[in-house]
Design a protein around this ligand. Sequence first.
Ligand code: PNS
Length: 186
Amino acid sequence: MKRIKAIYPGSFDPPTNGHLDLIERGSKIFDELVVAILRNPEKDPLFSVADRRKMLESMTSSFENVSVDTFDGLTVDYALRVGAQAILRGIRAISDYEYELQMALMNRKLQPALETVFMMPADKYSYVSSRLVREVAQAGGPVKGLVPEVVEQKLREKLEPAYRFHDEMQEGRAPSAKEKKRKRKS
Ligand code: PNS
């Protein structure tokens, strides 16, 4: 019987519950699914590739047919190298469609044997993106329910001063001059 292997490429900076939802759906229709983190030296990421890999490994550990890997270069080359027949991508809203269509058609041009499969995450995650999660977390805002617990914990560790400042503001406690100075230094 033919077994279908797919890759789910992306930046995952950080991974969100939308990604996890898609991984779960993908793991049900593909025999094997590789979550593939692009190593992109051009971007200035919040998390290192190693951190992203650890978070993704932790949040997907219960799926037996899901693994996590990293890659450089073209997605289609990586897909062929690992013997995948499909590329999984998520589409949340019409706004995603144009970019995803362009990318799928370019990938088809580069490698006609590979199919791109689009899936929709649960509608409760339709507004969740790594970019918005980063933006909220960098201002110390709550991201509970938007990202897995392991990611929430990592965000808190990484952005501790922003969270402390936000919590103080929420409690109505304006930071003292000493605290402000310490924050400016951190
Ligand atoms: O999570 P993202 O940032 O939307 O993922 C985009 C990604 C990594 C899938 C895309 O940028 C990609 O495939 N990059 C690898 C380079 C490549 O193959 N480019 C041609 C695709 S059109």
